[in-house]
Design a protein around this ligand. Sequence first.
Ligand code: DGI
Ligand code: FE
Ligand code: FE
Length: 193
Amino acid sequence: MKELEKLEKKLQKHLDKERYQHTLGVMYTSAALAMAYHYDMDKAMIAGLLHDCAKNVPNEKKLELCKKHHIEVTDIERENPFLLHAKVGAWIARKKYEVTDEEILHAIKVHTTGEPAMNTLDMILFIADYIEPRRDKAANLAEIREMAFQSLEKTVEKILYDTLHYLNEKSGRIDPTTEVTYEYYKNRRDEKL
Ligand code: DGI
Ligand code: FE
Ligand code: FE
């Protein structure tokens, strides 16, 4: 059996049906972006497949795993433990799915808030998570889907802009990393103009 199929079989047991379908969408969208930007397709697919592997871990358990394995938890993550599915997901991908590629693990770790100066795989996963075919709620999806195949950096900036706007509207607490990342990409574009 191929490596990817093994991972799929195992992951399917740990996610509900909808989340698993989302995951497949992210996997294939990551592959398409890898094709467009000449990135390693297998790596992009593994990152897409495993990015939400911690999504169904209960919040208490996520916090417990962080404590036990010395994963740093910020105040905002303690208040909104769902944010931790990214960091904890990277840990589970390493320990339970035996992923050793540091780029894949890093992309999973930063997939929810992003971080300044992301590498190509980080941006591919961040974008694929937002635009995969089953996503239908975010604003400007058609525009963002088109943009994704033109510029990774501009697309990351736009997604962060829309996410911050959405979180402000629903008065959700914002992780400073999301804000810092948006400022980073906005400034880069301003510098280029
Ligand atoms: O796990 P997924 O739902 O597939 O996607 P995700 O890991 O990107 O999480 C998306 C959610 O995360 C979305 O509802 C917006 C929210 N989010 C992103 N940045 C922040 C945030 N939520 C808070 N509270 N603070 C943030 O900075
Ligand atoms: Fe996620
Ligand atoms: Fe996701």
